[in-house]
Design a protein around this ligand. Sequence first.
Ligand code: FES
Length: 264
Amino acid sequence: MRSRAHFRSHPLHPMLVHFPIAFLVGGFVADLAATLFDLPDLQIAAWYLVAAGVVAGLIAAVPGLVDYFAVVPPHSSGKKRATRHLITVVSALTLFAIAWALRGGPGVPLDGVVLVLEAGAVVLLGMGGWMGATLVVRNQIGIDHRYARAGKWKESHFDDPGAVPIVVARRDELEVDQMKLLHVGDRRVVLARSNDGYVAFADRCSHRGGSLAGGVMACGLVVCPWHGSQFDVHSGRVCAGPAEETIEVYPLEVVGDEVRLTLR
Ligand code: FES
């Protein structure tokens, strides 16, 4: 087993993005007002606001990239949305940076091209912000949505052993209705404990790829956090949609104090 930092639920990116949005939109509005009403002092303020906004955007991008690579479930609708969000926001920041570089300095009179670039960047920022908000409220990225008695978030990494069993937990590691996310090679598997003992199933909802390890487990069912599909944790069958296809389940055995998983 390889230990690695767990990035499951931290709101750092959603909190930090307020700063670049405020600075950059404020910079554009100040530039617009300075041009319309001939207010050169406001234009100087805009120069600093846009510079601060680009720097704040780069800082906010760091936890955003961590979320993108370590938290958003792969092969899911959330991952596609996160990719569009990333491209849109990077494009907006790039346009703002180009506009800022073109204007030459805080006291230099504004070129119309700068305003057009900033306007385009604000539109992109709005689109990217909308997608980012959807990632939070619908895909629950950056939200701690653990349920009662779920226990602490557990996650472990293993090299892919092929068809050889691997020890993935101690017998008493999980309480009934608790789950643990396993990364085995490039596969994601949920280890869970039901009233009937340990079970293992794919960490991918068959509807749109939500992470079942981030869902709720109770009474032998796991509930997907994205749209509420329910699966039997023993057979993988769908008990409630919108999912229509079963999820894969994997054989486990408990030998002495060890819980052993075999991936076919
Ligand atoms: S992704 Fe839609 S119910 Fe799981």
